[in-house]
Design a protein around this ligand. Structure first.
Ligand SMILES: [Zn+2]
Length: 147
């Protein structure tokens, strides 16, 4: 089982090759995003090979908007917790811009370009931390000396 900060083989769309990637973060125990060590591109983890199917045998699931209504129907527990923490934030609180190269500590508030404000719940190791974002608790890489 790979985890944040580990190297993993993944298909890079830019390099068009299966190459070594750094796991940037995972969500719910599955790898979410990786960074290509060759070209530096960051993208969703798709597995070691691209999913290219001719579509002949693929059965399309047609849904009439049920997916979107399900996600908005009820609040996720992370959202409630995040909202509370966000309300408790004081004006002028120090929100640190997230960088995979910087070290963070439990209790830090960070701002991620994609996920927005996050609260560092705990530090797992020198290079891993759990961060509470409004939509999910994510395991993020940090303090990485990657190119
Ligand atoms: Zn690449």
């Amino acid at each position: 089982m790979s985890s944040v900060g580990d190297l993993i083989d993944a298909y890079c769309l830019r390099c068009k090759l299966t190459l070594s990637h750094v796991v940037m973060y995972e969500s719910g125990g599955t790898i979410d995003k990786v960074k290509c060590r060759t070209c530096g591109a960051e993208h969703k983890y798709r597995g070691p090979k691209p999913e290219i199917k001719s579509g002949a045998t693929r059965s399309k699931k047609v849904k009439t908007g049920s997916a979107s209504s399900a996600s908005t129907g009820r609040q996720k527990p992370t959202l409630k917790e995040w909202t509370q923490k966000h309300e408790d934030l004081k004006d002028g609180a120090n929100i640190l811009p997230y960088s995979i190269r910087d070290p963070f500590n439990a209790g830090d508030v960070i701002r991620h370009p994609t996920f927005g404000v996050g609260f560092v719940e705990r530090v797992i190791s020198d290079t891993r931390m759990d961060v509470l974002f409004h939509d999910a608790l994510r395991r993020m890489a940090m303090n990485m000396k990657t190119p």
